[in-house]
Design a protein around this ligand. Structure first.
Ligand code: DON
Length: 309
């Protein structure tokens, strides 16, 4: 990426928002978790937090939405920060090439999920974080509150309950993983904490501030180090290869940044050494990634010429 060059983030955000709006009504709001289907499908927001402490936003960038799988970036980071490399014994780091909630690989691969971002892998990471902290979802919320400076950030209990009620696939995954001895905590505990961190409501503003530690190569907002530079590189690498599921290749092709999506319509991406960027639009493509958010990030990196490639 062009080093040392100042980007006009205001101009870039306006252009990215225009590109996102041009996607119109493409895609579908997630409704397999019924509480998610109540969102305004036309909402759109985008924010940037630079490593120098600047913050920019456009549209609905301060409106909270359900972070869903974007939370998996934070569970992974916290599990690595607390426990280091031991995590990788129970979860892989290869793209799955399958949908995020797929069960098929888990049987042939003996209960070791392909990566930390598919649901199966995130259940294992949540389990390990639960062992390390005694309160996996609480650890994620606390981290998000601290980094974003938003003490009101919280789990939406209606969304969490809706997920639990319709969570047959996740329950199946968790039980299958447990049958292979790859969970340390009871299935119900793991599922509760998994739903609770997925159901956190946060805005683009909150998420760029919370994700900026990866742009700072592992350094938190207060200047302390969450993880080593090498670990931050690894998290970014897994985000690039696995963060958008079976569309990770397409996301790298279009956007060229490490990023994590969620079925709430958010995508948090990292420009290492520069900034965290989050875009949100509830309509999703087939892979469960936001059509508007991916388009906006594509526009931002294409117009600025600034990606990891
Ligand atoms: O477990 C689920 O299905 C949701 N809590 C999270 C899935 C998700 O966000 C996938 N991302 N695009």
């Amino acid at each position: 990426m062009p080093a040392g060059e100042n980007l006009d983030y205001r101009l870039l955000l306006d252009a990215a928002a225009a590109a996102a709006r041009a996607t119109g009504d493409q895609g579908h709001v997630a409704d397999y978790i019924p509480a998610l289907a109540t969102v305004d499908p036309d909402a759109f927001g985008m924010a940037v937090a630079t490593v120098d402490g600047e913050l920019y936003g456009v549209g609905d960038w301060e409106q909270p939405f359900s972070v869903q799988s974007v939370s998996k970036l934070f569970t992974l980071a916290l599990a690595l920060a607390h426990g280091g490399d031991t995590l990788w014994r129970g979860v892989g780091r290869e793209p799955s090439g399958n949908p995020f909630n797929s069960l098929v690989q888990l049987e042939s691969e003996h209960g070791i999920p392909r990566n930390p971002f598919i649901n199966a892998g995130a259940l294992v990471v949540t389990d390990r974080l639960q062992t390390m902290t005694g309160d996996a979802a609480g650890a994620v919320r606390e981290f998000l509150r601290r980094e974003s400076g938003n003490p009101l950030l919280d789990t939406d209990p209606v969304v969490a309950a809706s997920e639990a009620e319709h969570g047959h696939r996740n329950a199946a995954l968790a039980h299958f993983i447990a049958s292979h001895g790859n969970l340390e905590n009871p299935v119900e505990t793991v599922l509760d904490h998994y739903y609770a961190h997925c159901a956190v409501s946060a805005s683009c503003r909150d998420l760029v501030l919370a994700g900026a530690f990866l742009a700072r190569y592992g350094v938190r907002t207060d200047g302390t180090r969450l993880m080593s530079r090498s670990e931050a590189k690894r998290v970014n690498a897994v985000l690039l290869t696995c963060g958008t599921y079976d569309a990770a290749g397409e996301f790298a092709f279009r956007v060229g940044l490490p990023g994590k999506s969620g079925v709430g319509g958010g995508v948090l991406a990292i420009l290492p050494g520069r900034a965290a960027v989050c875009a949100w639009g509830p309509r999703l493509d087939q892979a469960g990634n936001s059509v508007a958010a991916v388009t906006a990030l594509d526009a931002l990196t294409t117009l600025s010429g600034c990606s990891i490639f």
